[in-house]
Design a binder for this molecule. Structure first.
Ligand SMILES: [Zn+2]
Length: 200
């Protein structure tokens, strides 16, 4: 069974890669790679959302119930993000409940940041040493904030592979990207075209 660290990061933005932690989302049997809080931590390190020092600190933080609750908050945020982005891609109004949910998490993420001056540079960090159980979620939430308010949502696309359901931000020059990856759905489509043309 592949784990979170085997997931390809094709979304171009952490918030989209986070949505893609459900594989085969639009098929009859989606696979959720986030089965525990540790999976969330491993994914966050894999996606560059958490630094190794933060990963170590969070690995020891909180009891089982608190970690489970943090995972549930992250998954609720992920699913609301997916529905909002999906709706925006289709130029539909998102569900107000989803907007309120991501708004609350983004607001918390923003409010938890402190501006620090260090060695001639400013940087944002979290007040309690960046080890709050929700800090991975907050970083992902700031990425969604950036996508929703500063990026062209028309460039968010869903992979054309049947059942794949992965989302990506298309930064190709002519905005003609169709697949999560050429190695994955792109190749499967190519193989199918070959089959359609020559074998049937
Ligand atoms: Zn795909």
């Amino acid at each position: 069974m592949p784990s979170v660290v085997d997931l390809r990061l094709v979304g171009h933005l952490p918030c989209l890669d986070f949505v893609n932690s459900v594989d085969w989302r639009t098929s009859d049997s989606p696979v959720d790679f986030l089965r525990s809080f540790d999976d969330l931590l491993q994914w966050s390190a894999h996606a560059g959302v958490l630094a190794p020092s933060e990963l170590r600190a969070l690995g020891r933080r909180g009891n089982a119930a608190a970690r489970c609750a943090a995972l549930r908050r992250a998954i609720a945020f992920r699913e609301a993000s997916y529905r909002i982005v999906e709706a925006a891609m289709r130029r539909h109004a998102p569900e107000p409940a989803d907007v309120r949910l991501v708004e609350a998490v983004i607001a918390k993420a923003r409010a938890s940041l402190n501006l620090h001056y260090e060695k001639g540079k400013f940087r944002w960090s979290y007040a309690d040493g960046e080890t709050h159980l929700d800090s991975p979620l907050w970083k992902i939430a700031l990425s969604l904030d950036d996508l929703l308010t500063s990026h062209d949502l028309a460039l968010v696309k869903e992979c054309g592979g049947p059942g794949c359901g992965w989302l990506f931000f298309d930064v190709t020059k002519n905005h003609a990207r169709r697949w999560c990856s050429m190695e994955g759905c792109g190749n499967r489509a190519k193989a199918r075209r070959f089959y359609d043309r020559y074998i049937r």
